[in-house]
Design a protein around this ligand. Structure first.
Ligand SMILES: Nc1nc2c(c(=O)[nH]1)N[C@H]1C(S)=C(S)[C@@H](COP(=O)(O)O)O[C@H]1N2
Ligand SMILES: [Mo]
Length: 393
């Protein structure tokens, strides 16, 4: 691609924040500590989790960089950064969550394949860029289309990074054309993160952001867009990021029986405590995040200190001190919600959180019930063990 290249080794990786917990060095996969994650509603770029499948691409000439749009489209085209910047700019607060978030905990019940993650493989950013619906309209595809005249029903995003899983080919993924051309779906071609130009780790110069959908579909370092009849046939759509039942293990997997995962289910995690935190008996502040896919709001977050026998409802907010109201026009519909509650703890126990979205979907109690061989979408009740000592603490 003109102006941008995908290196084949890791000698030119960008600098990273020292407090990130590294889950894999090459490719670079890292997440912030729990406490840092909930220290701000908008996650600073350097603390935002980084999920890569190859070396980070390098931009050598931004002037020459362009995105080609082709496939089942009447007028194939090439768009330069200036063409994309000319379209109306939107700032969308959206939480990106990796489907592998909380995988480490799932692998403790039964082994799964994939990079291990604690509870911080997600972050909330204000993404700035053009709406994909406007970009597609610019090249002749009307808003709210579900098919192009020549039969394109899916929009494929192709990158330029070299991924082992694609035998050295680029990362790619697709979304339905109906979602891509719906302005209300807020799918962006983003060139900014939190008011600044994207950094290399997060997709500089241009990335896709698909709000409410697992992070895997938000392709970074966008090289080309293809209009295609069937969904993308790439590894990360067809051989990964699919949800299987607990009964399917590697010896009997048939990938074609399942659809690629798109929306993520309701999720929450406690971030104010690490496992086996030693605390004094008495009042403890419990805080964390809750988020639901598909733009669904968070209706409730429940916290228990007695293994789920009794629950307390937590205070929810997006803006400090102001109660969050699901579906209120002033709420960020694609963004996470923070929760906080003060509980009384008398002895060593587990503190548990579970969230409920506006469709009354609720996190499942047991990880065993949603175990899957790739270890994706662990949304089981989040439990933190706390050790309570009475003296000498
Ligand atoms: N080109 C490219 N895009 C990609 C990936 C990748 O490896 N290459 N990883 C995907 C996955 S699995 C996730 S969860 C998000 C992570 O985005 P982030 O690193 O900006 O947090 O990017 C997605 N887009
Ligand atoms: Mo991911």
């Amino acid at each position: 691609m003109p102006g941008v290249k995908g290196p084949s080794d890791y000698s030119k990786e960008p600098p990273r924040h020292p407090c990130l917990k590294i889950n894999s060095k090459e490719p670079f996969n890292a997440e912030p500590p729990r406490s840092a994650l909930i220290s701000s509603y908008v996650t600073p770029a350097d603390l935002f989790y980084k999920r890569n499948h190859g070396p980070i691409p390098i931009v050598d000439d931004l002037e020459r960089y362009c995105v080609s749009i082709s496939g089942l489209i009447e007028n194939p085209n090439e768009l330069f950064m200036k063409d994309i910047r000319m379209l109306p700019k939107y700032n969308v607060a959206a939480t990106l969550q990796c489907a592998g978030n909380r995988r480490t905990a799932m692998s403790k019940t039964r082994k799964v394949r994939g990079v291990g993650w604690d509870v911080s493989a997600l972050g909330n950013a204000v993404w700035g860029g053009a709406k994909l619906a406007d970009v597609l309209e610019l090249v002749g595809i009307p808003k709210l289309s579900s098919t192009t005249q020549s039969g394109g029903k899916h929009v494929e995003f192709v990158s330029i990074d070299k991924c082992k899983e694609e035998n050295g080919g680029p990362y790619k993924a697709s979304i339905p054309l109906s979602q891509a051309t719906n302005p209300l779906a807020d799918v962006l071609l983003a060139y900014e993160m939190n008011g600044e130009s994207l950094n290399r780790d997060h997709g500089y110069p241009l990335r896709v952001v698909v709000p409410g959908v697992i992070g895997a579909r938000s392709v970074k370092w966008l090289d080309s867009i293809n209009l295609i009849a069937e969904e993308c046939q790439g590894f990360f759509m067809q051989k990964d990021y699919k949800m299987f039942p607990p009964s399917v293990d590697w010896d009997k997997i048939n990938w074609s029986t399942r659809k690629p995962q798109m929306d993520f289910p309701v999720q929450s995690a406690i971030c104010s405590l690490e496992d086996v935190h030693a605390i004094k008996p008495g009042k403890v502040k419990v805080g964390g995040y809750a988020v639901a896919g598909g733009g669904r709001g968070i209706e409730r977050v429940d916290v228990s200190v007695d293994g789920g026998k009794t629950w307390m409802e937590a205070f929810r907010y997006q803006k400090t001190g102001i109660p969050y109201i699901a579906d209120d026009p002033s709420s960020d519909k694609w963004a996470w919600v923070f929760f906080e509650v003060t509980v009384d703890v008398a002895h060593s126990t587990e503190i548990i959180a579970k969230a409920v979205d506006i469709a009354a979907n609720v996190q499942p109690e047991k990880v065993e019930d949603i175990w899957n061989l790739r270890g994706i979408l662990n949304t089981s009740w989040h439990r933190v063990k706390v050790g309570v000592g009475h003296s000498n603490m």
